[in-house]
Ligand binder design. Structure first.
Ligand SMILES: [Zn+2]
Length: 409
């Protein structure tokens, strides 16, 4: 088999296109495959599909194709142009690549697979031997493509959550489809407007179809949801992990205060005990467990706060919201009569939003269902690195977590 014939077949070129020349450049480690078409062939206007004679050609263009063994393989052609009576002079579409792409469709498909598998742009770049801008361009095009194809499906269970974009106070708000674990919308900031911007991307039918919505206890998200989703009061479920986090932080606050007080009296019993109170019991190391048992029996404030926090964990194990409410009210009464100020603050804020805390027992949703998404986003932040702006971060999240059909066809 001749080299031209070989490439004709492995490129899968279809009429009128054929390989006119194959050149091997050892110095550049490159195989250049020139592709052309016979005279007199008609091409379609890309806008209206009208069959038109070839008007002229563009300059030679290059498309990176899948490598041939260790050689980069470049497809070279001049794109035929047609002169459409309606649309003017236009480049005809070529079957091996999408418009404006410097890569063949097969290469782009492969690049997307590599990016998804490595989960890092830099890792993919070294496998693909592409530059940052080229690789990023493949990601952007894939996301644009996926979003155009995406159809508005109903999402009965959604979540709204904030993520820090940079250190400091730069946040984005994410809207999840909890059943499919996908990110459906992203907006900048973490206030009511940010939540509204996300919700506004849903169609009226999608808004109507929402049955439950998970979120932290932020007043801003509650407000935006109430203003957007009908009967939101019955649908909001405050994320139980977020509530537990507040309780855990309160325990830590109690410990800090007590430690300071004890230390001033020369008592260092709470030194190095911080994580003993923060970690779940089952995750304690042997040494931490010994330390915990030692301090817990000494009736310190920190131990009491910890015990109340542990009691609160049982709130979510109730079969329905009525019995959870009874359980909470009992817990509340006990906590509020202590002098554990940070715990009391948490107790009050839960009480204020109680209906939407115990609604977990009805809807059974949390934003941690999207835990997979969260860890992906964290790893995007860590490993993709070098986001010049929030737009790039958003694009990367949609690429990895958007559940989009990314591939060119
Ligand atoms: Zn036309």
């Amino acid at each position: 088999m001749q080299d031209k014939e070989l490439y004709q077949q492995i490129l899968g070129l279809i009429s009128p296109w054929s390989v006119s020349d194959v050149e091997l450049d050892h110095g550049e480690s490159e195989i250049r495959v020139k592709v052309g078409h016979p005279r007199g062939v008609k091409f379609c206007c890309p806008d209206c599909e009208a069959q038109l004679p070839c008007h002229d050609h563009t300059e030679e263009r290059r498309w990176r194709h899948l490598d041939s063994c260790q050689f980069k393989t470049i497809l070279i052609a001049r794109i035929p142009r047609v002169k459409c009576p309606t649309h003017g002079v236009k480049n005809a579409n070529v079957p091996w690549a999408e418009k404006h792409s410097r890569f063949t469709i097969m290469f782009e498909r492969f690049a997307i697979d590599v990016l998804l598998a490595t989960q890092t742009v830099k890792g993919a770049m070294s496998i693909l031997d592409t530059k940052w801008d080229q690789t990023w361009n493949i990601i952007e095009r894939a996301v644009r493509r996926g979003k155009q194809r995406k159809e508005a499906s109903m999402m009965p269970r959604i979540g709204i959550d904030e993520k820090a974009f940079k250190k400091g106070h730069s946040y984005i708000t994410l809207l999840y489809d909890l059943d499919n674990s996908t990110v459906e919308a992203i907006s900048e900031g973490n206030d009511a407007d940010a939540a509204k911007a996300c919700l506004s991307e849903l169609s009226d039918a999608q808004i109507e179809a929402v049955e439950a919505i998970a979120m932290d206890m932020s007043a801003a998200y509650v407000k935006a949801t109430k203003e957007t989703i009908p009967l939101a009061e019955n649908k909001i479920v405050h994320d139980r992990f977020h509530v537990m986090q507040l309780a855990t932080k309160a325990v830590d606050k109690v410990r800090r205060g007590e430690h300071k007080k004890l230390k001033s009296e020369g008592d260092d019993r709470l030194t190095h005990s911080r994580y003993v109170w923060l970690k779940s019991q089952e995750n304690l190391t042997e040494n931490q467990r010994v330390l915990f048992d030692e301090i817990y029996t000494q009736q310190l404030e920190t131990g009491k706060a910890w015990a109340y926090k542990e009691m609160l964990r049982d709130l979510w194990h109730h079969a329905d919201s009525a019995s959870a409410t009874t359980y909470f009210n009992d817990w509340y009464k006990r906590v509020i009569h202590t002098n554990l100020e940070p715990m009391k603050t948490v107790a009050r804020s839960i009480k204020e939003r109680l209906a939407n805390v115990v609604s977990y027992c009805t809807h059974r949703i949390t934003n941690a269902v999207a835990e997979g998404i969260n860890s992906k986003i964290m790893s995007i932040k860590r490993r993709v690195g070098g986001f010049r702006n929030v737009e790039n971060f958003k694009t990367a999240i949609f690429f990895y977590c958007g559940g989009l059909d990314l591939y060119p066809r």
